[in-house]
Structure formats: structure tokens, C-alpha cells
Design a protein around this ligand. Structure first.
Ligand SMILES: [Zn+2]
Length: 88
């Protein structure tokens, strides 16, 4: 069964996208657990956070920075509740 995030990254599954670049996509969670539940996913298939390697450090930093910027724009605060998720 194909990974839903890879299907979204390929444009084969619908998503409300807030940000996209060559590496990542920020989208609304399909089943939000909060008012502003945004997922930051990699375009490259990554099963879970344990699969990230040391070389992915800049990618992970970008994911956090994009998430922080998006949620800060929505909440209008300097400090935002960005939480790395086990489904990275
Ligand atoms: Zn995938």
C-alpha cells in the first residue's frame, strides 16, 4: 500500500497545502487534533523520525522553521507550540 504522504507529495492525493518547496510540504492534518494542526512532511519517503540521518539535520531544521513560521503567522505570537511528531 502506498504511503499517503508520498501520494500527496506526488500530487496523487488531495491536501490543503500551506507551503511547498523541493524538500518539504506543509499541509493541514486530515483529522486535526487542534485548531491549527499543520503537518510538515518530507517529499522523500521517511517512515519515522528514526530514519533521519545526521545529513538530514538541515532538512529537519527547515521543517521546524517552516512550522514555526506558519503557526506564528496564524497565532501572531513569537513563541509557538511546534511539536515534532512521531510521524515525521
Ligand atoms: Zn512515503
Amino acid at each position: 500500500m502506498p504511503c499517503i504522504f508520498c501520494e500527496i507529495a506526488a500530487g496523487n492525493a488531495p491536501a490543503e497545502i500551506h507551503y511547498e518547496d523541493e524538500d518539504i510540504i506543509a499541509l493541514n492534518d486530515h483529522n486535526p487534533a487542534a485548531n491549527h494542526h499543520i503537518l510538515i512532511i518530507t517529499k522523500r519517503h521517511v517512515k519515522n523520525i528514526a530514519e533521519f540521518k545526521k545529513e538530514d539535520l538541515e532538512l529537519v531544521k527547515k521543517m521546524k522553521d517552516v512550522g514555526t513560521r506558519l503557526i506564528t503567522e496564524r497565532l501572531g505570537k513569537d513563541e509557538s507550540p511546534v511539536t515534532p511528531d512521531k510521524y515525521l
